[in-house]
Design a protein around this ligand. Structure first.
Ligand code: FES
Ligand code: FES
Length: 154
């Protein structure tokens, strides 16, 4: 059966089975390679995308549960002219990545946080990113980047 997904503002017809994880469809069918496969068990956050502005673990979400929602991935975060989103720019400025595997999920979780809480405290950032793991230990730089993005947007 064909499902229709709205990803980064574009509608796509996809042919994966209803219970296929959304991450598989994004990467395998739609070539959205921002979200990463880490644990496959909703434990690391590498696969985080936004579903109607809320962060979700796309590795465990059946694609059928994402139809009708606005799905946002890292791939669609920059402007059409290539200008980076404020959170992306702040990650660059703070050098908030080492291997970069967690970065997409961290950024999407941060975008969701700042939409809800435009001027978060350090503690609020840490809480919001608590479920996103960074095996490189870049957490402190990541938190600084999110705080920098919040400042830049006000
Ligand atoms: S790959 Fe989805 S939470 Fe780890
Ligand atoms: S920068 Fe390597 S996992 Fe976070």
């Amino acid at each position: 059966m064909t499902l229709v997904l709205n990803v980064d503002g574009v509608r796509h017809a996809v042919t994966s089975a209803d219970d296929t994880p959304l991450l598989w469809v994004l990467r395998g069918e739609l070539d959205k390679n921002g979200p990463k496969y880490g644990c496959g068990a909703a434990q690391c956050g590498a696969c985080t995308v936004l579903l109607d502005d809320a962060p979700v673990r796309s590795c465990v979400l059946p694609v059928s549960a994402a139809t009708g929602a606005a799905i946002r991935t890292l791939d669609g975060l920059a402007d059409a002219d290539g200008a980076l989103h404020a959170v992306q720019s702040a990650f660059v400025a703070e050098q908030a990545a080492q291997c970069g595997y967690c970065t997409s999920g961290m950024i999407m979780s941060a975008v969701a946080l700042l939409a809800e809480t435009p001027r978060p405290t350090d503690a609020q950032v840490r809480t919001a990113l608590d479920g996103n793991l960074c095996r490189c230990g870049a957490h402190n730089r990541i938190v600084r980047a999110v705080l920098r993005a919040a400042e830049a947007r006000t």
